[in-house]
Design a protein around this ligand. Structure first.
Ligand code: AMP
Length: 175
């Protein structure tokens, strides 16, 4: 069984019900066990079209023997089953599921990049991911999720309003 972190996000109602339904669908994937579910956090939309609502974000830790590609296809099936339509980039979405870590695999295909390339820069991914799998190592950065989260927290705390554009990113769930 491979430990896997999947991030969830939604910014179209009913967000909480959709995320909980998404978690249930993940728990029912074949050859997969749900080990932990994070709290759900509300985050401001990031780089999203005007009028986009706030996100609700979370993450789960799974153990699976599905391959990364099988898992991606299953995630996309679950997104579609929850009414996800592919619109403009970062457009509001009923359910977004991203494969964040697949054990310590590093993969760089056209349609699948693991670890997720922006996960470590995003509080709305790192915070829940570290909740459920803080000791998992990010293979590209050679640090655990908890270490990456703590470094971002420390960076945010040391910034002053006068320090300009480097504020911690809090917006939700765009790819
Ligand atoms: P979105 O659902 O809008 O977040 O974007 C999904 C697109 O990103 C799909 O075309 C996927 O093939 C691609 N993608 C690449 N890497 C990943 C990943 N680690 N998790 C989820 N989708 C990914």
């Amino acid at each position: 069984m491979i430990p896997v972190v999947v991030a969830l996000g939604s910014n179209l109602p009913p967000r909480r019900e959709t995320l909980l339904s998404g978690v249930r669908a993940l728990a029912h994937l074949p050859d997969t066990r749900l080990l932990a579910t994070s709290a759900l956090r509300e985050t401001a939309p990031l780089d999203a079209p005007p009028g986009s609502g706030p996100f609700l974000n979370g993450a789960v830790l799974l153990h699976t023997t599905l391959t990364p590609r099988e898992l991606l296809e299953r995630l996309q099936d679950i997104e579609r089953a929850h009414g996800r339509a592919r619109g403009a980039p970062n457009a509001p979405r009923t359910l977004d599921l991203d494969l964040i870590l697949y054990g310590e695999l590093q993969l760089h295909d056209d349609d699948l990049i693991v670890p997720h390339p922006r996960a470590h820069e995003r509080d709305f991914v790192l915070e829940p991911a570290a909740d459920v799998a803080g000791s998992l190592r990010h293979p590209g950065l050679d640090r655990t999720l908890a270490q990456l989260r703590d470094a971002r927290r420390a960076g945010a705390a040391s910034e002053t309003p006068a320090s300009g554009t480097g504020g911690a990113e809090t917006g939700g769930s765009a790819p």
